[in-house]
Ligand binder design. Structure first.
Ligand SMILES: [Zn+2]
Length: 263
């Protein structure tokens, strides 16, 4: 899109938002906020707050960077967890992540043996990243640490869509591990639950495009244990009747969505 149109959109669309939004919504929270989710996610333009399916105003404190990395925005994360006291931190990676691809490329160009480990690497190896600036590289290269952990497992997956999604999943595990290092005490005290997930818009986990898969809870990443934890968390809702249709639906969604790409 051309800059004139983009600038026009900026003026016109915000004005449309102002007109359609009841001002009491702003006035009620003019001097304070009380979000309940700290969302650490990737800056990718295909990942937006709307995927949570709720009006995220005053509910979600969003921190974004390439590759959803804890280390880059420690201050903002800490503000949300320790000052705003959000009870949930969601570390959300996604499929087809450019930062994961960049770090994977950096790993596979180091060794010919690695190149043959996964089908998706054939295309990736041809990508030219030589013109990328030092600043971009230095922000994304720390991702080679989790990617190197995941690469040896790819041989057992052998599915193009799942391979890169698996590396995003391993990165989320790593970022949850980092968050637990800093905020594990709050998790032990039941003040914080750290959830890791993948937003799947390519169908790596199921045919349902746009699903958020839960792949890690407080550092637990075995599918059976994860689903058990998810059911325990749901049972904390005081008024939940286990014979109700709503409860049955949630249990079915746990079966389908609290799951991992196993290697
Ligand atoms: Zn990304």
């Amino acid at each position: 899109m051309e800059v004139g149109n983009i600038f026009r959109h900026l003026l016109v669309h915000n004005e449309a938002f102002v007109k359609k939004t009841d001002e009491t919504k702003f006035l009620a929270y003019a001097t304070h906020q009380n979000p309940y989710i700290t969302l650490l996610t990737c800056a990718d333009s295909r990942v937006q707050g709307e995927i949570l399916g709720i009006d995220i105003f005053n509910k979600v404190f969003i921190i974004r960077n390439a590759g959803n990395q804890v280390a880059i925005n420690r201050g903002s994360i800490e503000y949300s967890i320790l000052v705003l006291n959000t009870p949930v931190m969601l570390v959300l990676g996604h499929t087809d992540c450019g930062a994961v691809k960049f770090a994977t490329h950096a790993c596979i160009t180091q060794s010919e043996e690695i190149v043959n480990l996964a089908k998706s690497f054939d295309k990736l190896i041809k990508t030219d990243y030589s013109k990328i600036s030092h600043e971009v590289k230095s922000e994304m290269l720390p991702l080679t640490i989790p990617i190197e952990r995941g690469i040896p497992q790819l041989e057992k997956i052998r599915n193009e869509k799942k391979e890169l999604a698996y590396l995003s999943q391993i990165n989320v595990d790593y970022q949850v591990e980092k968050a637990l290092k800093y905020y594990g005490n709050r998790v032990k005290e039941n003040k914080l639950t750290i959830i890791g997930g993948i937003y799947d818009f390519v169908g790596a986990y199921s045919k349902e495009l746009g699903r958020i898969l839960i792949t890690n809870i407080n550092g637990v990443f075995n599918t059976g244990e994860l689903q058990e934890m998810a059911r325990k968390i749901i049972k904390r809702i005081p008024s939940y009747n286990e014979s109700s249709e709503g409860y049955k639906l949630v249990c079915q969604l746990i079966e389908e969505k609290v799951t991992r790409i196993e290697s």
